[in-house]
Design a protein around this ligand. Structure first.
Ligand SMILES: [Zn+2]
Length: 437
């Protein structure tokens, strides 16, 4: 064996055997949810009042999720944090007393980690406390930290690569008056850098506007940054620190296999080796529509699984989000008389929002709608008090008919009437549905 051969083999091992992935062709897993180019996380330390009163409503308006890192001894606004977590925002640990972790004994560190995590889990029951932001960005004992958290944030001012080498030292950029990220254009330059490197940008924000606190960030400049993301929604996946960390770990331990059964139905298995009680963030995967198929149905555990047929490089891909280990997915060819095929194949005449089916429902129902022109679409569910219960769609859509599944599994919402609202361009429509438990 010559050196060239050895080198090639070595290269093969280094390149392809880094992660315990086992993905059969022709499946692909998105680097970032939705096949976006980059991931962006906004983290907010020390739970200042304006983060809740000014920034949280702003993020809710855009549908983006924030990560809060409150200090237990500094009197966090627990009620607001619990409400935020119910709406998909994250609450992580910023320790009990904000000490320099590198100055503490092992026992003292353990108390800071465990007690802060316990306090958050007791007060913010809508989620689990999984991540930590180190006070003053100084890391503690990594082996100890790993017993409590899946990811830790420092602030060394670099964009995290798509496969970070150390989840307990994930870098962020400090924002605001004490930093070089102050204006909308400063933010958007970083967003673009993350997208062009397929990386993960984590921003660290403290005080907002004129309130007291470290390195205030202007909410108006921040709003401009969110506008930019919304305008370029096809490039950026905005999610919480914990969600992005989980997505990467799931992506790197996923197995996808398929088998073809009766009537050419395809059974797809998507599994991973991680703890399902923690690692339940949906991964986006795609597969070319099988040869000779013009329409399809995708079901998981007997219910329709939301998907899109997206053309890329001349190939039509069935693209869908799926939680690993959540059950087999059945992909089947639609018959000519099938409603779904008729709808998917044709270009609709306008915008519409259809009645959900089934209705009343429990635990899941499907909402279909049609889009006339390419643009930003949101589909949200509200309770009778106008409180947002779920965001089903929030992205740029091409013209077509879409199906979106709403499931109440893993949520605590009560029986009763709910409203779902579609917004697309100037089109706005709301319909009523009934949950019967
Ligand atoms: Zn702090």
């Amino acid at each position: 064996m010559n050196y060239k051969k050895v080198f090639c083999l070595l290269f093969f091992f280094l390149t392809f055997n880094v992660f315990p992935q086992n993905i059969i062709k022709p499946y692909e897993v998105a680097t970032w949810q939705g096949f976006k180019s980059g991931a962006i996380t906004f983290t907010f330390d020390d739970n200042t009042p304006n983060q809740i009163s000014i920034v949280l409503p702003m993020f809710n308006e855009y549908g983006y999720k924030m990560t809060f890192f409150p200090v237990i001894n500094w009197g966090p606004n627990w009620a607001a944090l619990q409400a935020a977590a119910q709406n998909g925002h994250e609450v992580g640990s910023h320790t009990v007393s904000h000490p320099g972790l590198n100055t503490l004994s092992t026992d003292q560190q353990t108390a800071e980690y465990k007690n802060s995590q316990d306090a958050i889990n007791a007060k913010v029951t809508a989620q689990k406390c999984l991540t930590i932001a180190y006070p003053n960005c100084v890391t503690g004992n990594v082996a100890l930290l790993k017993q409590y958290f899946i990811a830790g944030r420092i602030c060394s001012g670099t964009i995290i690569p798509k496969n970070p080498s150390d989840f307990m030292n994930l870098s962020s950029f400090v924002c605001g008056s004490q930093s070089s990220i102050q204006r909308t254009s400063d933010f958007t330059a970083k967003f673009d850098a993350a997208a062009s490197s397929n990386g993960w940008l984590v921003l660290l924000i403290h005080a907002i506007d004129s309130e007291s606190g470290y390195s205030p960030t202007s909410s108006a400049q921040l709003k401009g940054a969110l506008d930019y993301i919304k305008t370029n929604d096809n490039k950026f996946w905005v999610s919480t620190f914990g969600n992005v960390a989980r997505y990467i770990k799931e992506r790197n331990s996923i197995s996808i296999s398929e088998s073809v059964g009766l009537n050419n139905n395809i059974t797809v298995k998507v599994t991973d080796t991680l703890d399902n009680s923690i690692y339940n963030v949906p991964l986006t995967i795609r597969r070319p529509i099988p040869d000779g198929w013009t329409a399809y149905e995708l079901k998981q555990n007997g219910s329709a699984l939301s998907s899109q047929l997206i053309e890329s490089g001349g190939v039509k891909y069935i693209t869908f989000d799926v939680v690993p280990d959540a059950g087999d997915i059945i992909l089947s060819k639609s018959s000519a008389t099938d409603i779904k095929q008729e709808k998917i194949g044709s270009v609709p005449s306008g915008f519409s929002l259809n009645q959900n089916y089934p209705n009343p429902f429990n635990p899941s129902t499907t909402i279909s709608y049609s889009i006339k022109e390419t643009g930003f679409v949101s589909l949200k569910v509200f309770d009778t008090l106008g409180k947002e219960v779920a965001t089903l769609v929030e992205q740029i859509k091409q013209p077509g008919i879409y199906f979106s599944k709403f499931s109440i599994q893993n949520s605590e919402i009560a029986s009763g009437v709910y409203f779902y609202t579609l917004r697309a361009g100037n089109y706005f429509e709301t319909k009523k549905m009934m949950l019967v438990k």
